[in-house]
Design a protein around this ligand. Structure first.
Ligand SMILES: C[S@@+](CC[C@H](N)C(=O)[O-])C[C@H]1O[C@@H](n2cnc3c(N)ncnc32)[C@H](O)[C@@H]1O
Length: 302
């Protein structure tokens, strides 16, 4: 499947994003995870007099989905490439001192899962998993074939919350003595023999290991930590920060960051209870089932 002939990534919790970000006329909002631009478009359409700066570290996403949006919205949309962990530096280089609100929709887009090598447990492809291949060295295949058994088990347990992490790590080290593991389905088959299918969860037995590898390769949790610290400093006035997570570890980082910033009187929390998809959205888009939204407002310094 090519990049252009699959459907766009369906944005999740769009109404909730608009409610909490609350775009206002003559203000500028930053979407640090542009993807295929669903949320960016929704913000630009909701408030026709606001501007959006949209960032992604996936050059292809910016090219394929960013350029058409740029043509449509002209100078109301600015596209930027970069890793949101380096947000402060990226905005400084662009001479942008502050924005009026920030949205982050962490994780991978469905386009990356369906078209890029390594992300899907259902499609045979090279075990790559880099979200920004031109700027990252290590692939998932290198980790699977070179990391020691203990390191593999730790990745699967800590980043995938995988119960069978040690047995899977052992099986991988046995298999790679016979044959290098370079393709997704080869890895998925090794895991299928160990992890029983759970009909209640309706996920492939290798999903957790794939997720853990993806988080490890792309340093996703470190990136979120670095992003949150910069984001609160870059929002002006009493602007808002809205974060969507798909993984409990991501959501925990956001939750704890908000809690601490609230105690330090930097943020006030707008979502005491995490926001999840409505029944209606769940029916229309099953990918929204793990989405968790948290929002906070910067406490204006007097
Ligand atoms: C869930 S998708 C966002 C979908 C988007 N909200 C939409 O409506 O289409 C996550 C996006 O974040 C990007 N991303 C992930 N980690 C990133 C990082 N550290 N810096 C910048 N972009 C990142 C991915 O490349 C992907 O395009």
């Amino acid at each position: 499947m090519s990049e252009t002939n699959i459907q766009l990534h369906k944005p999740v919790l769009t109404q909730e994003v608009l409610h909490y970000l609350d775009p206002q006329p003559n203000k500028t909002y930053l979407d640090v995870t542009f993807g295929s631009g669903g949320h960016t478009r929704a913000i630009l359409e909701k408030e026709p007099r606001c501007k959006v700066i949209a960032l992604d570290w996936d050059t292809k996403a910016l090219e394929v989905y960013g350029q058409p949006l740029k043509q449509e919205f002209g100078d109301r949309l600015t596209l930027l490439w970069g890793n949101f962990a380096l947000l402060y530096k990226i905005l400084k280089k662009e001479r942008i001192q502050s924005v009026d609100g920030i949205l982050a929709d962490f994780g991978t887009s469905q386009i990356q899962i369906f078209t890029r090598p390594g992300f899907s447990v259902y499609r045979d492809s090279l075990l790559d998993m880099r979200m920004s291949p031109a700027h990252q060295k290590t692939t998932a295949a290198e980790v699977i074939n070179q990391a020691d058994e203990k390191t593999l088990a730790t990745i699967f347990k800590d980043l995938g919350e995988e119960r069978y992490s040690r047995r899977i790590a052992w099986a991988i080290t046995q298999e790679r003595k016979k044959k290098k593991i370079v393709k997704t389905l080869h890895l998925a088959k090794i895991i299928e023999k160990i992890v029983p299918y759970n009909p209640r969860l309706k996920i492939h037995p290798a999903t957790r290991v794939f997720q853990a590898l993806r988080i490890y390769i792309n340093e996703e949790l470190n990136n979120i930590n670095a992003f949150l610290s910069s984001a609160v400093k870059l929002i002006s006035g009493d602007g808002r920060l809205v974060c969507i997570s798909f993984h409990s570890l991501e959501d925990r980082i956001v939750k704890n960051f908000f809690k601490k910033a609230c105690q330090e009187e930097i943020l006030s929390i707008l979502t005491p209870k995490v926001i999840t998809a409505s029944e209606e959205e769940l029916r229309e888009n099953s990918a929204s089932r793990s989405a968790r939204l948290r929002a906070a407002q910067v406490i204006k310094k007097s």
